[in-house]
Design a protein around this ligand. Structure first.
Ligand SMILES: [Zn+2]
Length: 576
């Protein structure tokens, strides 16, 4: 899961749940199969003949602990050095996935065999050159790298150096349909913006997610003529992660952008010539000459009230950046559907294969193995493919499996695929994404982020029942997780998508799933300790894996392709 977008902590919001009575698995498969036949024969004799039902069960039976565990042991081993995009170890992991796709019997569906090479421009800031200077009342206040601020490199330019007035613009959001604007009566032409991450919690769920996106904010800032940004830490973000966690690997890992066919870097705003993230003490200093205090700015953000103002100070943002052209593959396989028409449509399963590589040592360990993030998602992806291939008759639609590159570098591989799919975009009917499924305790529920936006919700809530799961609503809408992993790249191309993760409810009433989730985010997420020593509840892992297959199967068999809900916010924004 992406660092910039995932946020731990603050899981105070507990979900309501129904307690599910467990039924022995074998019984449930048989019973459910029969239920389904009865229901469907009554409703529509065309859907799900008996042989397909038993075929699904045959596929599900191929999923076992040994299969998943073997992938974890390979992908999360120290030898793969944390699978950083662009490294030889990532390429080894890619070859491993391709070997398994081949062994399973998928068709190659990249543009070069199994691979879709994603051309990227990598950037690495020259830490010595990184500079943030406040010019206040004739005094030059130079801030300290890592202690006071961090910044990334410029996507394209070798050197940037700007000095301009700073204007505080709240969250940096202009949302007329929400009757909200941080830009009302504020001129930011030629200015540097100081702004908080996120969006007001007065916004409804979807709007909050969309407007929290850094891309949405950058577009608005550029439209208004801003030339740089200074990010500030809101109270929510201060609670999520310590400054140490945020700053300890600053400058260590390269940033990356994919490059289009004309050689231009994607999602690049050349108008923005500087960017920095400030720690809280320098942020307080930045407001010293302003008509409001940093405390008042924090209060306004918390209340969701715009309170924009020039800060009465100039700031210099400067840096040098080294660039390198690299290429890193998505790995793509297809299981061809059985219906002559519907086989030309694809249900797409994705999981990112990359992680964050090596970094500063923690307890003497420099290898960030990424066992849950996302060796686990990749292992489940491979075994999902095996299950579909084990069905005597494949489902009607084709199923595409993609191990994605560059997720941790900013959803790079998925955004590239979504722009340059290896099959026509219109043939992609849905995306089911797996990223960091935490299988830490006996699970009672699953969450499908984004399901409520489309007809996928109904399909998924029915499909997971057969594994004794309930589909729970998003328990933490304030975390806007829907935009924080690879499925959002598909959503932006108008494709109904979900991000499937285990829920926070355990079948064991003594276990607080939300507390365990939180503990993982605070202690192990993007740390060397997300490794093979983390516990795995195997019964839940197998049920979760089977539920994933059931979801894909239901979507692939459905006569109708998934549709956005009428009037849905994301559907209206992005549907084709
Ligand atoms: Zn991650």
């Amino acid at each position: 899961m992406m660092r910039d977008h995932i946020c731990g902590g603050g899981y105070e919001v507990f979900i309501k749940f129904r307690i599910v009575v467990s039924i022995a698995l074998a019984l449930s498969i048989v019973a459910c199969g029969q239920d389904k036949q009865d229901e469907t024969s009554a409703a529509d004799s065309k859907i799900q003949p008996a042989e397909v039902i038993s075929g699904l069960d045959q596929g599900l039976a191929s999923i076992d602990r040994d299969g998943i565990e073997a992938h974890l042991k390979y992908l999360a081993d120290d030898a793969l050095m944390g699978r950083m995009t662009g490294t030889p170890e990532y390429d080894e992991a890619a070859a491993y996935v391709a070997r398994h796709f081949a062994e399973i019997g998928l068709e190659q569906a990249g543009d070069d065999g199994w691979y879709q090479a994603v051309p990227m421009l990598a950037r690495r800031i020259d830490v010595e050159s990184a500079k943030v200077v406040f010019h206040q009342d004739g005094v030059e206040n130079e801030q300290t790298w890592q202690e006071g601020f961090v910044m990334g490199g410029d996507t394209v330019r070798a050197e940037t150096d700007i000095t301009a007035e700073v204007v505080f613009v709240g969250f940096g959001i202009h949302a007329p349909e929400m009757n909200y604007s941080d830009y009302e009566g504020i001129d930011v032409e030629g200015k540097i913006l100081a702004l908080f991450g996120g969006a007001p919690d007065t916004f409804p769920h979807n709007e909050r997610a969309f407007y929290s996106s850094g891309l949405t904010k950058a577009e608005e800032a550029v439209k208004r003529g801003a030339i740089g940004t200074i990010s500030l830490r809101s109270r929510i973000s201060q609670k999520r992660y310590s400054w140490k966690r945020i700053s300890e690997n600053a400058g260590v890992r390269p940033g990356m952008s994919w490059v289009n066919l004309s050689g231009e870097a994607a999602n690049y705003f050349p108008e923005l010539q500087g960017a920095a993230l400030l720690n809280v003490p320098p942020a307080e200093d930045l407001f010293k000459t302003a008509p409001i205090s940093f405390e008042q700015a924090l209060d306004a953000a918390e209340a969701g009230t715009p309170l924009s103002t020039p800060l009465g100070t100039e700031v210099t943002l400067a840096r040098k950046t080294d660039h390198e052209t690299i290429s890193s593959p998505n790995i793509i396989g297809v299981l061809r559907g059985s219906d002559p028409e519907l086989a030309n449509e694809y249900v797409v399963f994705t999981a990112h294969l990359d992680h964050v590589g090596i970094g500063v040592p923690v307890n003497g360990d420099t290898i960030y193995n990424g066992m849950y993030d996302n060796a686990m998602g990749t292992a489940l992806l491979i075994e999902t493919a095996r299950a579909f291939a084990a069905m005597p008759t494949p489902p009607k639609r084709s199923i595409m499996f993609i191990a994605l590159t560059g997720e941790e570098r900013g959803l790079v591989g998925s955004d590239y695929f979504a722009h340059y799919p290896t099959v026509p975009t219109d043939s992609l009917v849905a995306n089911v994404n797996l990223d960091m499924p935490l299988l830490l305790y006996p699970l009672a529920d699953v969450i499908a982020f984004g399901a409520e936006h489309s007809s996928l919700e109904g399909v998924i809530s029915e499909a997971v029942v057969d594994e004794d799961f309930v589909l729970s609503p998003d328990p933490v809408p304030e975390e806007v997780l829907f935009i924080r992993s690879d499925q959002y790249s598909f959503v932006k191309q108008g494709i109904p998508s979900v991000f499937l993760v285990p829920g926070f409810t355990s079948t064991d009433p003594e276990i607080d799933g939300s507390a365990l989730f939180n503990e993982h985010l605070q202690t192990h997420y993007h740390q060397p300790s997300d490794d093979l020593s983390r516990p795995i509840d195997w019964d839940s892992a197998l049920r979760f894996a089977r539920a994933n297959v059931r979801i894909g199967f239901a979507v692939a068999e459905d006569e109708k392709r998934p549709t956005w809900n009428e009037g849905d916010f994301f559907g209206d924004k992005f549907a084709r």
